[in-house]
Design a protein around this ligand. Sequence first.
Ligand SMILES: [Zn+2]
Length: 376
Amino acid sequence: MSTYFHLKRASKRFKLWTLLVGSLIVLCWVGMALAAAADGLLEVHFIDVGQGDSILVLTPDGKVMLVDAGDQRSGRVVANYLRAQGVRQIDVLVSTHPHSDHIGGMAEVLKTFPVAQVYDSGRVHTSKTFEEYLKIIDAKNIPFALARAGDTIRLGSQVSVHVLWPDGPRTILDYGDINESSIVLLLGYKNVAFLFTGDAGIQSEQKFLTKLPARQIQILKVGHHGSRSSTGAELLRATRPEVAVIMCGADNPYGHPHSQVLERLGAAQVRILRTDLAGSIVVTSDGQSYSIGGLAPVSTGGADGAAPAPIGRLININTASAEELQSLPGIGETLARRIIEYRIKVGLITDVHELLDVNGIGPATLEKIKPLITCF
Ligand SMILES: [Zn+2]
């Protein structure tokens, strides 16, 4: 099929869906949400999908949002991860932009879980991956809408989700760099705010900053895997994040994260967490404070800091008991003891790959346990 025909077909489909949905009102989702963060807690999981993005949000009232699904090879990783968190259905699925490291895993996710609503950038791609993603949405008749700056995405009654980018009419976007079409979301739970920037670059940052409500954010999902083309000083000055999460693959061919970004974050005194080093990273929040990987909470100056929140069913290798470690595949009594001895020796484990230094843990075991553990 020619590219032109494909685009035209995709374009018609977009228009039809846009017309059908009509607005951004999310259809009432029938059925109980089975995945929920612990009482009163929001959980945000930055899932380790190597070089790519996939962010799971579990709201205190049991709603589920997934922002991106990694590349094609990660589809199963993401589906398994969601299952392990007790997710049975997805209320809101966001495809920030149609690059394969963000939508490659969508087909698997869409096949595995009922999805109530898809939000898309409206940027068309000619890849098979994008076509497959549209086909499944079409076949399963899933409500589909384009997200635009100024929209509010409904996700239960306790958290707010504001769309900051892309701007413009609710039609197919066809300008410039695909990364600059990324859906950018501001997620708020009482005093705690997260900014998810997809792969948006500095050019977009400067524009969406004007739409950002005047508030500090606590957690920034760093744009474009830590590429120097994103995370400008202006963004950091305006949002004053406390923690920056960089989602990238170990030894990726792009050299992400770029040293310029690490320097900018360092100059702004932002704590940096990286999925290539730490594996999946889970942030929990009661709306007043937040906790990373179940470690001591950081208060935002509201109420007193709560007790360390449990991390969503991931095992923190820095704090887990021998018994908890033994629940991991391939980890028996001896290896659990060696892990504990190792962490006493090194202090804090900051990179899950350090486990390869534990006698008896090889690459195959690490691959098996990596989706189940975190060190933050
Ligand atoms: Zn990307």
